[in-house]
Design a protein around this ligand. Structure first.
Ligand code: SF4
Ligand code: SF4
Ligand code: SF4
Length: 522
């Protein structure tokens, strides 16, 4: 047969999917799983049978002699996108929690909160520091835009996300063997960062972790920039800034303080001495028309978002020099984005900065849905620290963490619907109807969560429980649009998934069946 113009031999009885994969071609699938009977229900694997002028599901179509197949034409991609958009149109779930989506630094807040609730502070600080370089600083001064979007706010009051982050960060600072991130192997490339304020410090934190050596230049005596002058020592003691800067220094970032670029060292020396530059010099003064020869527009240095690239190749900008902001978290988020752009630039990849991933969203809750979200959450009001100046105690932090509704999906990193929706540029609103199914969450199983609104009815869990001869297993219940997966006779999920819970969760292509904890249970 011929696939994408290439002559291919496939064994008798092979499917088009098997033939294509055998020659290294990627065809997306969702309801297909090696070792299970193909169901061809999701139609994400369609390919073109050129001679018959038909789109066919590759997972069930037999590979036939002299067949001519195309797997990646515009028509095929459009058909796959439509199949995905139809699945997304009836999907009921948030990929990222509302707080995670709103956080300028895009931190996985619900995951941090679960880790704090479970007393796993090492994991919590690792989650925080993946995106936020100065969490103890922010824990004291951030106006917490994430809390304004917190779903719990519609029930009583938002979860105290900012203080929980501060708790994790302070607990880590109090240890002598605090968190050290994994550092990628040295790339041999060097970046200069001009400005040791929040944006510059964040850029350094993210770059050094990517194996790019960093030198930070600043005319001041101490790193911290506006953090030392803006919030006041009472709110933000300088010892906290120093402690978090020391952690960045300990990773190998070099600080050249009292070194003014343009006076003590020229910008062109910096450009010729380093492979990339991040300009993070803070808010520009009125009337300034250029910074280091780079053009300034109405608000700040001219850059293209989200890559934060200036008009000069290899020079990026971050923080208040791009647009004035009083929010340190925005400066930190910019530093992270600029670091990603530098990394892409140095690797010779397209420079995109942080591209927001596909997110299925519930948006406004319907009747009865808050009750579903409240399942398993503590019903008490927002916990206030007994001594406000010193943040939460361990007991208070756990009590507050238990108020979180865990709006996020536990499979954001492995869900195939999300992966293909992102890959095929799915518009989640294309086929969205007036009404959607209600959000529902089944939590009684000791370690599995079942959210029926995320089920694509692929039948894999039904096959797996059937093959393993689970006494009850899972089955299709109902007919037509209302068909759903469940235990027969209304039995509880733990009765249906006695032996096969782990296998079913791993086979489920979406977050319909997921582990409560992000780690696979033993
Ligand atoms: S199942 Fe997939 S698409 Fe749905 S909310 Fe979860 S991660 Fe997003
Ligand atoms: S309830 Fe928890 S997961 Fe939901 S928005 Fe608030 S902090 Fe985020
Ligand atoms: S719950 Fe079962 S039928 Fe539904 S998507 Fe997951 S594996 Fe498929």
């Amino acid at each position: 047969m011929t696939i994408n113009g290439k002559s291919v031999e496939a064994p008798q009885g092979a499917t088009v999917l098997e033939a294509a994969r055998a020659c290294g071609l990627e065809i997306p699938t969702m309801c297909f799983r090696e070792g299970c009977r193909p169901f061809s229900s999701c139609m994400v694997c369609v390919v073109k049978d050129v001679k018959r002028d038909l789109l066919i599901p590759a997972c069930t179509a037999p590979a036939l002699e002299n067949m001519v197949v195309e797997t990646d034409t515009g028509e095929v991609r459009d058909a796959r996108r439509t199949a995905l958009e139809l699945l997304v149109s009836e999907h009921v779930g948030d990929c990222e929690g509302p707080c995670h989506r709103i956080c300028p630094a895009h931190m996985n807040i619900p995951l941090m909160i679960r880790q704090i609730a479970a007393g796993r502070l090492d994991d919590a600080i690792a989650t925080v520091k993946r995106d936020i370089a100065l969490p103890a600083v922010l824990g004291r001064i951030c106006p917490a835009p994430c809390e304004k979007g917190c779903r719990r706010g519609a029930h009583d009051s938002p979860v105290s996300i900012c203080l929980l982050k501060r708790f994790a960060a302070d607990a880590d600072l109090a240890r002598t063997d605090g968190y050290t991130p994994e550092i990628a192997p040295a790339t041999g490339r060097k970046a200069a960062i001009i400005g040791a304020g929040p944006a510059g410090l964040a850029a350094a934190w993210h770059l050094i972790r990517a194996g790019i050596s960093c030198t930070v230049f600043d005319r001041g005596g101490q790193p911290g920039g506006a953090l030392r002058t803006g919030p006041g020592r009472e709110r933000l003691p300088h010892a906290v800034i120093d402690a978090e800067v020391d952690l960045i220094r300990a990773l190998g970032v070099e600080f050249r303080m009292e070194t003014e670029v343009g006076a003590d060292i020229s910008f062109s020396e910096i450009r010729s001495g380093f492979d990339a530059v991040v300009v993070a010099t803070g808010e520009i003064e009125e009337g300034e028309e250029e910074v280091f020869g780079l053009p300034v527009s109405r608000r700040g240095l001219e850059t293209a978002r989200p890559a934060l690239a200036t008009t000069c190749p290899g020079v990026f900008a971050a923080g208040a020099v791009v647009a004035p902001t009083r929010m340190a978290v925005r400066a930190l988020a910019d530093g992270k984005s600029a670091a990603l752009s530098v990394k892409q630039f140095l690797a010779g990849e397209p420079v995109t900065g942080e591209v927001l991933p596909f997110n299925s969203r519930i948006d406004r809750l319907g009747e009865g849905e808050m009750e579903e979200f409240m399942k398993g959450a503590s019903g008490t009001g927002r916990v206030e620290p007994a001594s406000p100046g010193s943040g939460f105690t361990a007991r208070e932090a756990v009590r507050e963490a238990r108020r979180c509704l865990h709006c996020d999906c536990r499979k954001i990193d492995s869900c195939l619907l999300r992966r293909w929706a992102q890959n095929y540029g799915v518009n989640r609103d294309r086929y969205r109807g007036e009404t959607r199914g209600a959000f529902e969450r089944v939590t009684e199983h000791p370690f599995v969560i079942y959210e029926p609104g995320k089920c694509i009815r692929c039948g894999l869990c039904v096959q797996i429980t059937g093959r393993a001869a689970e006494p009850l297993g899972l089955t299709f219940i109902g007919r037509g649009f209302n068909v759903r997966i469940g235990a027969p006779l209304g039995a509880p999920l733990e009765e249906a998934l006695k032996e096969t819970a782990r296998d079913c969760v791993e086979a489920c292509p979406t977050g319909a069946l997921a582990f409560k904890d992000e780690r696979r249970p033993a």
